[in-house]
Design a protein around this ligand. Structure first.
Ligand SMILES: Cc1cc2nc3c(=O)[nH]c(=O)nc-3n(C[C@H](O)[C@H](O)[C@H](O)COP(=O)(O)O)c2cc1C
Length: 168
């Protein structure tokens, strides 16, 4: 007899200066504390349609660059959108945005794609602002404050717990 496969929470991220990566890792760490779920943390470039189809829920994580999600997260959606369309309806998702001072448009773009996929948002977009606004600060490696990481950890745990319990 083969053991039943555990549901997978897929976390897809891109990060240029490290902020989103820290947020995604914190969410993964929170999610791994929950029972009954496997967590896959993948860079956007390495994630494909099979990963999307094989997951029970999703966390999409991106910086806001030029008032948009990052190009590589967009590339992930471009490669997977039509393969997964109509095949992942109703699955839960949330998103993490790392921004200098805004983040709202990246969140809106992800929400539109998730609406097309007919995913179910389990939380508002979690936006952490690094206050990087000068070129020097924008290009510098980021350190996300403990409060921001804690919020990401909690969101990862909430999503994973709901998937594990089958309540989403
Ligand atoms: C090319 C570029 C464009 C950016 N555009 C925006 C923007 O439109 N809105 C914003 O709030 N922050 C903007 N930022 C700031 C980043 O969102 C911020 O530095 C964030 O911490 C980057 O996340 P990361 O460390 O995961 O790359 C931009 C940064 C870069 C490099």
């Amino acid at each position: 007899m083969t053991a039943a496969r555990r549901p997978v929470l897929l976390i897809v991220y891109h990060s240029l200066t490290g902020g989103t990566l820290q947020m995604a890792r914190a969410a993964a760490s929170g999610a791994r504390g929950e029972q009954g779920v496997d967590v896959r943390l993948l860079p956007a470039l390495q994630a494909g349609a099979d990963d999307v189809l094989g997951a029970a829920g999703y966390l999409f994580a991106t910086p806001e660059n030029l008032a948009a999600m990052s190009g590589l997260l967009k590339d992930f959606f471009d490669r997977t959108y039509y393969v997964a369309l109509d095949r992942i309806v109703g699955r839960p998702y949330a998103c993490l945005i790392c921004a200098g001072s805004d983040g709202s448009n990246a969140a809106r773009q992800i929400e539109r794609i998730a609406t097309g996929w007919r995913l179910r948002a389990i939380a508002d977009p979690l936006i952490v602002q690094t206050q990087a606004q000068s070129p020097d600060r924008i290009l510098a490696p980021k350190t996300i404050a403990a409060d921001g990481l804690r919020r990401c950890e909690e969101l990862g745990a909430t999503l994973a717990a709901g998937i594990g319990l089958g309540i989403f």
